[in-house]
Design a protein around this ligand. Structure first.
Ligand code: HEC
Ligand code: HEC
Length: 289
């Protein structure tokens, strides 16, 4: 620092500080922006349970929405067309899942249904789901009703209740086992996603809310297989749902988690922030000569 002082006199304090600060500030700035971006992308919206209404006014509202937004592909009354499947038997879980994950309405019939920002608000979604849930009754086939909105059992609060057979609550370790047996071959054990044959994408599960996971299990958004109560009962379904929610916020063993994106992202942020500090030091040393 003593050697630096003559240099300060020579250059003028502010110019020197500016010279010292610009490069490192830019690098640290870029680092922080990348950091914020990673955190932003990692955030998860919370789940809320929809109520399927049997109120005729709500169902009528759903029918008008359906006629405008859905019937061009699914046909009036959801009877199906060459463009899109019949919806009479699909049930509330399928209708809700495809709407709250923004997969429907599809733009072009041939497109793969992908996750998007939802097109409808809460009340409109409820109206459409209620209408689709009512379709078997409107069509006089009440026996073909598809899966309803699944109920999710809570996590066990203490070790005494956390038994393998408690019908009222589930544990994370049971969820991990069930996930490993039924889901990880496609979604990877940490839910990071992957690829299937024919270039089909298996999505990461980091954006799916608890309700969406439960619905996806029962519905099986093609090409994913659906799991009925015979394959995964209410406890297995609930345990998997809690395990996927746990994957959104796994415990941190210290340091910055950086949204748990793993070593590549950590290295990236480390280099950008670390480089800023190194540049600052290099600048300090550079002005000594
Ligand atoms: C441009 C055509 C198109 C429009 C418009 C459209 N869909 Fe679809 N929909 C499809 C196709 C194609 C599929 C099959 C996609 C797949 O399986 O990946 C589908 C699948 C579905 C499914 C799942 C069916 C099942 O067997 O599990 C539901 C539920 C659904 N649509 C609801 C709706 C609703 C509600 C609307 C209106 C808000 C809508 N769709 C608008 C083309 C369309
Ligand atoms: C055969 C491979 C396969 C298996 C097994 C599988 N999935 Fe999927 N899963 C997929 C594919 C492919 C999609 C994307 C479907 C689409 O684009 O509509 C998907 C979509 C999902 C989604 C929607 C994600 C989103 O962001 O919208 C959830 C949630 C999900 N799966 C959970 C599960 C769970 C839980 C299990 C185990 C009980 C499981 N999956 C088993 C292939 C699979």
């Amino acid at each position: 620092m003593r050697r630096l002082l003559p240099a300060l006199d020579h250059l003028g304090r502010s110019r020197l500080l500016r010279r010292l600060a610009v490069g490192p500030t830019a690098v640290v700035g870029v680092g922080l922006m990348a950091f914020g971006l990673l955190f932003g992308l990692g955030s998860v919206s919370s789940a809320s349970t929809p109520v399927v209404s049997s109120n005729p006014a709500v169902i009528a509202n759903g029918q008008s929405l359906f006629d405008v937004h859905c019937s061009s592909c699914h046909g009036i009354g959801g009877v199906g067309t060459v463009h899109a499947p019949r919806l009479i038997h699909v049930g509330a879980a399928a209708a809700d899942f495809y709407l709250i994950t923004g997969r429907m309405p599809l733009n072009v019939p041939g497109d793969q249904a992908m996750r998007h920002r939802p097109f409808f608000g809460k009340a409109q979604t409820q109206a459409l789901v209620s209408y689709i849930a009512a379709l078997p009754f409107i069509d006089h086939q009440p026996t073909v009703q598809g899966p309803g909105i699944p109920n999710i059992l809570p996590l066990c609060k203490d070790t005494a209740s956390a038994t393998a057979t408690n019908p009222n609550c589930v544990t994370l370790s049971f969820g991990q086992q069930t996930f490993a047996l039924n889901c990880s071959q496609c979604h990877q054990i940490a839910g990071a996603g992957g690829m299937l044959a024919k270039g089909m994408v298996v999505p990461s599960l980091k954006n799916a809310t608890m309700l969406e996971v439960a619905e996806a299990i029962r519905v099986g958004p093609r090409p994913m297989p659906g799991f009925g109560p015979g394959e995964l009962d209410a406890r297995q379904l609930s345990a998997v749902v809690h395990y996927v929610a746990f994957l959104h916020h796994p415990p941190s063993n210290g340091g910055l988690g950086i949204s748990n994106f793993g070593p590549v992202a950590e290295g990236f942020v480390g280099i950008l922030l670390g480089l800023g500090v190194l540049l600052f030091v290099a600048r300090m040393m550079g002005t000594r000569a």
